[in-house]
Design a binder for this molecule. Structure first.
Ligand SMILES: *Cc1c(COP(=O)(O)O)cnc(C)c1O
Length: 950
């Protein structure tokens, strides 16, 4: 076996695309190197090089890792979860689980910045927006936030920004919001230095200047109430109101919009997304009209394509984080697209009547429990509730919870005298009986489903989800075909290389993905007692240890839900450190001009002042400018944020000097670890000058991009920053350090088995070989393409790191063909475009990753060289730009088969420019999309079906 199939048991050989000696030496020949190590030794500066091998356990095979994960999963204890507190169990319809959550067509897609190849997921996200807007009764919803608590914090900032109250005004938060949400809001407010007043709100507001009010429906104690008087009172005082609302409850309750609220936020987890030990889940944020321009996150809108057909795209793109930089209002980049899509499909599948039935059933069970407890003389938090009954049992909480636990059910311990019970879609009559028994009560007669136990004034009267999409997909056959139809409109990694610089779109292997939906992982509530999550905590601790070894830091916090959240958390750690040293005036954050947009946005959110440092013409940090800025801000210097290798895809040789300059002035060094794929096994940011870094597990460590999330952005910190890493928002695990950034201690725990499996299967050698191969492939592409498109930056070695920037500006000046034209033309070749216009306008940044094989790399090179030939025809005056195949790209099937073809090029050239396309041809469903039209005519919910008719 091992003779005929030498690689059969080595996962690294499956993960890495270029493995044969013949391929490797062919590529090295082109580059003029005799060995991969010689290439790597030249590319990576010796001053940062790690010389010894990573100290990691031996690589595991796919079979072994699945067995390891089974053993870890078996250490978790799976019970019926009736804890609630923002997380409710749900049935993921199998057709959605297998064909969305577990389908590479969905989970390997990138964020839909190239809308022509993203119409499927854009439609799914538009369904999400429509569903949220309808259920909340508000005008517009975005295409997902991270978790409920951080979404609530974003809503607070939105109210502060959009309102007219003075900067000294405070936010008033009802004491009846979940404790984790309160903790996250407090953290944000602390960083930005405004006050949070937490108080029990009845119908009156406290005195003094208030910019916003935050309410929750149902409350932390499960009660629901009419909030309209309070909302009107807030408006009369010039304050805005955010309601944190449970979407399922809103199928039967008067929604926040109907009550007059300005903003609604919440979790959509219970719409078919597993508990996942706390995440990933898609939070939502909806606003009344008039607040569009203050909305954080991404917004899908309707526009039209070059043929005048309706088409979707991200709207108001000028608000995207890449452009806003220090004027940013939010740092959200990676959100929760895959989970938002899952939730939207759950709504499409069940429809409004199905959702209402699920809500009524959960409500009926809760009422039966309440009736039973009341009959036994037990006091409840209030008479009106949706699915959560909070019972007062003086001195008996632990006994009740233990009895329920013995019956296989987890309840919520609020304090020694108070127990919470939450019903959900999965609750059965047997669960109800067991819970009642645990309280020592008699089971009351079951309440008839459909009878609502709250005042008529609270019963929802407005319609929702009336659009045909929510009312036509009842059979599984229909649903299956809808999911397939949408997936087929898109290009994801399961069909093509996605050579996006800075995004590291590598293989997300099936063995890595498989365990995430196992019930022993996916079914664990984030607030279960410690002894029920042993497997989870062992996996997490092990992953942390491995990431410590890889990064060279002293510790890791896995809480942040995205790279940008990691930046925010890391900067808060720096801030906390300075404050603890009495250096409260250290608030300046130096950021190079080339930095990713989230860097500056996160600095602003962490209460820092951004000072931009210039880059030299060769792409390095301008050391003279850095010295000048350090001198000018010496006393107030908090930190510098650098990316390494730089966003220009180059290993700067003077990175140690940069770090020393800042340290010497008392500042801290934040190294953005998004480019870690060029470092793993070769260098450690924690050892060459960094005090803190975030990693993007959804880039370097194999978590799929999900069409725009989930992400995991853990931070690694040096010893002295350990006391300031994010703490546990609920105190469940008695971690008390810095400020929590999201709702649960371990953030998006549910997808951590992916990175765990990746690292374990690759082992030290596999990981290092992956990095080296990523360098080889990027340099090979750079070498092959530079005569056609000059490579903008190379290091002193003449080499790039793991990505290369192709400069089109000269060609654009000569021909008028833009980088965008090239990006769109690549679609005709079946490719997702490289990163467009970041970090330099007029360029394309190409990152092949280690997972692409030489055949696919050659296919890309062939496409690019062909495109260069097409540009030359324009330069030579043979075709006019407007008539060119480039400017008219991409080409739909409909366009090329149309009876009236009067273009300057042939149909065959439009669609089949190279022979390899004959058998594998992707046609985009729409032509090039007119973005400006959609911005002028903002439509952010599902258009009426007639709109599709021409
Ligand atoms: C991707 C990226 C980020 C942001 O990460 P998210 O997970 O999208 O928030 C930050 N910096 C750089 C350089 C990146 O490439």
């Amino acid at each position: 076996m091992s003779i005929t199939q030498p690689y059969a048991h080595d996962f690294a050989d499956r993960h890495i695309g270029v493995t044969t000696p013949a391929d490797i030496s062919a590529m090295l020949d082109t580059l003029g190197y005799t060995s991969l190590d010689a290439l790597v030794d030249t590319a990576v500066p010796a001053s940062i090089r790690k010389t010894d091998r990573l100290d990691l356990p031996a690589a595991r095979s796919e079979e072994e890792i699945l067995a390891d994960l089974r053993a870890l999963a078996a250490k978790n204890v799976l019970k019926t979860q009736m804890i609630g507190q923002g997380f409710s169990d749900t049935h993921t319809p199998p057709v959605i689980r297998r064909n969305v959550l577990e389908s590479p067509a969905w989970y390997t897609a990138y964020t839909p910045y190239q809308p022509e190849i993203s119409q499927g997921r854009l439609e799914a996200l538009l369904n999400f927006q429509t569903m949220v807007a309808d259920l909340t009764g508000l005008a517009i919803a975005n295409a997902s936030m991270l978790d409920e608590s951080s979404a609530a914090a974003e809503a607070v900032l939105l109210m502060r920004r959009a309102g007219k109250a003075p900067a000294t005004a405070r936010v008033v938060v009802d004491a009846n919001v979940f404790p984790q949400t309160l903790a996250v809001i407090r953290g944000r407010a602390e960083a930005l230095d405004f006050d949070v007043e937490v108080t029990e709100l009845a119908d009156e507001l406290p005195e003094g200047e208030i910019f916003g009010v935050v309410l929750q429906q149902p409350g932390n104690d499960g009660t629901v109430r009419d909030q309209s008087a309070l909302i009107a009172a807030a408006h009369a005082r010039g304050a805005m109101v955010t309601v944190i609302a449970d979407l399922l409850a809103l199928t039967v309750l008067t929604p926040p919009g109907d009550q007059g609220a300005d903003v609604a936020v919440g979790n959509t987890q219970r719409f078919g997304v597993p508990l996942f030990f706390g995440g990933p889940h898609a939070a939502y944020l909806a606003i009344r009209s008039g607040l569009e321009r203050a909305l954080p996150g991404r917004l899908v809108g309707v526009s039209r394509d070059s043929a005048g057909e309706q088409a979707y795209r991200l709207t108001l793109q000028t608000r995207e984080q890449h452009i806003r930089r220090e004027k940013a209002t939010s740092n959200i980049c990676t959100a929760q697209a895959l989970l938002a899509i899952t939730a939207s499909m759950y709504a499409v599948y069940h429809g409004p009547a199905g959702l209402r039935a699920i809500a009524e059933r959960a409500h009926g069970h809760a009422r039966t429990i309440a009736d039973s407890l009341v009959a036994a003389g037990i006091a409840l938090a209030g008479p009106a509730f949706f699915d959560t009954v909070v019972a007062t049992v003086p001195g008996r909480a632990d006994a009740v919870i233990a009895a329920a636990s013995d019956a296989g059910i987890n309840l919520r311990r609020i304090d020694a005298d108070t127990v919470g019970v939450s019903t959900d879609e999965t609750t059965t009559a047997a669960h109800v009986a067991a819970v009642v028994g645990a309280f020592g009560a008699e089971l009351a007669p079951a309440v008839a489903t459909g009878e609502l136990g709250f005042d008529a004034g609270l019963v929802r009267t407005s319609e929702y989800m009336t659009h045909p999409i929510f009312n036509s997909m009842r059979s599984e056959t229909q649903m299956l075909r809808y999911l397939r139809r949408l997936a087929d409109r898109d290009l994801a990694l399961d069909r093509t290389m996605i050579p996006l610089g800075s995004c590291t779109m590598k293989l997300n292997s099936t063995a890595e993905m498989e365990s995430i939906s196992w019930p022993e992982f996916a079914g664990i509530h984030p607030y279960v007692p410690e002894e029920q999550s042993r497997g989870w905590r062992e996996l997490i601790a092990d992953l942390e240890r491995r990431l410590v070894e890889i990064t060279g830091y002293a510790g890791i916090s896995l809480q942040p839900n995205s790279g940008a959240q990691g930046e925010y958390a890391g900067l808060l750690a720096i801030r906390g450190y300075h404050r603890a040293n009495g250096d409260t005036e250290r608030t300046v954050c130096l950021i190079p001009a080339s930095a990713h947009g989230t860097n500056a946005a996160s600095a602003v959110l962490a209460g820092m002042r951004v000072v931009v440092v210039k880059n030299t013409e060769t792409g390095h940090i301008d050391l003279d400018d850095l010295r000048a800025k350090v001198d000018a801000h010496r006393a107030e210097l908090a930190a510098i944020m650098i990316t390494y290798p730089s966003t220009y895809g180059v290993y700067d040789t003077d990175v140690r000097e940069v770090c020393d300059l800042v340290h010497e002035a008392g500042g801290q060094v934040y190294i953005d670890g998004a480019n870690m794929n060029a470092l793993v096994g070769l260098a450690q940011p924690g050892k060459f000058g960094g005090d803190v870094s975030h990693l993007n597990l959804h880039k370097t460590f194999a978590i799929p991009h999900g069409g725009g999330g989930p992400g995991v952005g853990p931070i690694g910190v040096a010893e002295h920053l350990l006391p300031f890493v994010p703490n546990d928002p609920t105190g469940t695990y008695s971690v008390s350090a810095g400020i929590p950034v999201v709702a649960t201690l371990f953030g998006s725990a549910g997808v951590l088995p992916i990175s765990y499996a990746y690292i374990a299967m690759m082992g030290a050698d596999g990981l290092t070989r992956a990095t080296k191969t990523a360098l080889l492939s990027a340099n090979y592409i750079a070498a092959r393409l530079t005569e056609h498109f000059p490579v903008l930056f190379t290091g002193e070695s003449g080499l790039v790191a793991h990505e290369c920037i192709l400069d089109l500006r000269e060609l654009t000046a000569q021909s008028g063909v833009t980088a965008e034209d090239v990006a769109k033309r690549l679609i005709d070749f079946g490719f997702h475009a490289p990163t467009l216009a970041f970090p330099v306008a007029g360029t394309l940044m190409v990152e092949p990753t280690e997972s692409e094989d030489l055949g696919e790399i050659e296919r890309f090179i062939e496409a690019m060289v062909t495109i260069r030939g097409e540009i030359d025809e324009i330069v030579a005056g043979e075709v006019a730009l407007d008539a060119s195949v480039l400017r008219n790209a991409p080409h739909t099937a409909r366009a090329v088969v149309a009876d009236d073809w009067d273009r300057a090029y042939s149909r065959e050239r439009a669609a089949y420019a190279v022979p390899s396309l004959r058998f594998d041809k992707y046609f985009p469903p729409v032509g090039r999309i007119d973005g400006a039209y959609g911005d002028r005519n903002l439509v952010c919910s599902c258009p009426a079906p007639e709109a599709f008719e021409n």
